[in-house]
Ligand binder design. Structure first.
Ligand code: ATP
Ligand code: LTN
Length: 336
């Protein structure tokens, strides 16, 4: 079934909020590093975004903006299939089938569901509950072997693997079993305002995250106002000094320096010094990305053309899996 003997990767980011430096470090940066060794599918998960309230105009614009940010971060359209989830209807179709085989108890255990429902009791909807099933469909449609995600998504991936087992037990071999791929460094970047919780792009407080496309002045301001800990010494200690450790993690990933090197560099200096240098580093790292992003956004026809071609490519693969699944579960074949 696979085009070549490379293994297949699929990953995605939900198009809610603004892509953050957490997404960049924990996800997109790893994706670009993998694009040569694997057959890669990277997707904007716009159907997943509908599980939380969205303003239609903003959601539509964000879809294209996320796509341009993927390209600006270095995802090469010659090497990867880059598409929008809602442009490949097979995602919703396979999700329905998998929903019918997914135990309610498994979904009840999902930490992200519990966290999100605890935050907004009034916005509960069935989509939020079955979100991991749609995510499993995303992965299984492309027979993905490897799924690069941040730590927070590991449990969802476990569910995808369980669904493979359930389906295979009932109907025989159909899907590849996906393995998670967690990047070595900075698997979890924390909020700048509450360094004990994950930096989240849909956080209501924009000061808690650094957006990939925040202007330099905003990046600087947000870093300067990041919550730090008691004491003044720049040293890495996640339990006693979660704030400064988080800033050190970002610094370390972007500079390639170890925590020890950073501690030595900042010996005798204060938290403020690290913040100033970190701001300069973040701005410098994101400058080429932001320049490319703004250029791409001026060329909507180019982006629309890519979206069309790449969703066609994605569909060609997705269709093969869906036909197999419809057949296995016993649906009457569509007349040709
Ligand atoms: P939200 O919090 O709005 O639900 P998110 O910021 O977690 O979203 P996702 O679209 O859910 O973003 O995640 C896209 C990818 O980025 C996933 O692989 C996820 O693990 C990774 N990721 C998200 N936030 C972080 C973070 N703070 N640190 C490291 N990786 C992250
Ligand atoms: N739920 C994921 C985004 C996502 C995803 C996927 C990640 C949607 N579908 C398939 C990997 C594979 C998240 O990070 N919140």
């Amino acid at each position: 079934m696979k085009k070549n003997d490379k293994k297949t990767i699929l990953s995605a980011s939900t198009s809610s909020g603004d892509l953050t430096i957490g997404n960049y470090i924990g996800a997109i940066n790893n994706w670009t590093a993998l694009q040569d060794q694997y057959n890669c599918y990277y997707m904007v998960a716009d159907l997943h975004a509908l599980t939380t309230p969205q303003e239609p105009k903003a959601l539509r614009e964000r879809g294209l903006s996320f796509y341009a940010q993927y390209l600006a971060c270095g995802l090469d359209p010659e090497k990867n299939t880059l598409f929008m989830q809602s442009h490949v209807p097979e995602h919703a179709e396979l999700a329905w089938i998998l929903n019918c085989f997914c135990p309610m108890g498994a979904l009840n255990r999902m930490t992200q569901f519990k966290e999100k429902t605890a935050k907004s009791e009034k916005n509960l909807n069935a989509g939020l509950f079955t979100y991991p099933v749609l995510m499993a469909a995303d992965i299984l449609l492309y027979q993905a072997d490897v799924v690069p995600v941040g730590e927070d998504q590991k449990q969802h991936l476990e569910l995808a693997r369980d669904l493979v087992d359930i389906f295979h037990h009932r109907f025989g071999e159909t899907f590849s079993t996906p393995d998670p791929y967690i990047g070595k460094m900075g698997a979890r970047i924390m909020s700048l305002q509450d360094p004990t919780s994950k930096m989240s792009k849909s956080d209501e407080n924009p000061k808690s995250f650094l957006s990939i496309i925040d202007p330099p002045k905003t990046l600087e301001k947000k870093i300067k106002s990041a919550v730090t800990d008691l004491g003044t010494e720049v040293s890495f200690d996640q339990s006693e000094k979660p704030g400064i450790s988080n800033l050190m993690t970002i610094y370390s990933v972007l500079s390639g320096k170890t925590y020890q090197q950073i501690e030595t560099d900042f010996e005798g200096k204060m938290y403020g010094h690290l913040k100033i240098e970190l701001a300069a580093l973040v701005i410098e790292t994101l400058k080429p990305v932001q320049d490319k992003y703004h250029d791409l956004m001026k060329n909507k026809d180019y982006l629309d053309g890519l979206l069309r071609d790449h969703s066609e490519k994605a569909r060609a693969t997705a269709k093969q899996t869906l036909i197999k699944v419809y057949d296995k579960v016993g649906l009457y074949p569509r007349p040709l």
